[in-house]
Design a protein around this ligand. Structure first.
Ligand SMILES: [Zn+2]
Length: 156
């Protein structure tokens, strides 16, 4: 048994349960808001530099390649490879304890940028550096936000 609190309480309607400990909410800024809005449409948005063509994630005010301020949003194709990963056994916040063990990874998108994400729909033991993954948008009821997880790409 785990030591972390996992108490559940019935919700007001009695139709289900909600975790007693809620996940910390997102902190968005005017700069990051477009990313989260597009995530709710199931899209992984990255920034594209109009001047040099560099693509980047996470959102920034300037291009990290040429310092241009002319950045536009584009939807990445949703495919990439695991660049590195770790298996979380003891999360930094107790609200995530019921999810353990889970995989946090840096996924290198086919467009170039690397993004921190979760690898879902497989055992942590199956995850490997270089593994092909595809976007797996997942609605999070507590956060009221689609999270941009990734899952192993379907084998051919
Ligand atoms: Zn640039």
């Amino acid at each position: 048994m785990k030591d972390e609190p996992q108490a559940m309480t019935a919700n007001a309607s009695g139709a289900g349960t909600t975790p007693a400990i809620r996940r910390p909410g997102l902190v968005t800024t005017p700069l990051s808001q477009p990313f989260w809005d597009l995530a709710n449409d199931g899209k992984f948005a990255i920034q594209n530099c109009v001047d040099c063509g560099h693509r980047q994630h996470y959102p920034r005010n300037i291009c990290i390649n040429c310092w241009s301020e002319k950045l536009t949003w584009m939807a990445a194709g949703g495919t990439g490879t695991v660049w590195t990963f770790t298996v979380v056994e003891k999360p930094g916040h107790p609200a995530w304890a019921p999810e353990t063990p889970y995989v946090i990874a840096l996924v290198e998108l086919d467009e170039g940028p690397r993004a921190m994400t979760r690898i879902v729909d497989c055992s942590p033991a199956e995850v490997a550096v270089g593994m092909a993954v595809t976007l797996q948008p997942t609605w999070d009821e507590q956060l009221e936000q689609t999270l941009l997880n990734f899952a192993p790409a379907a084998s051919e």
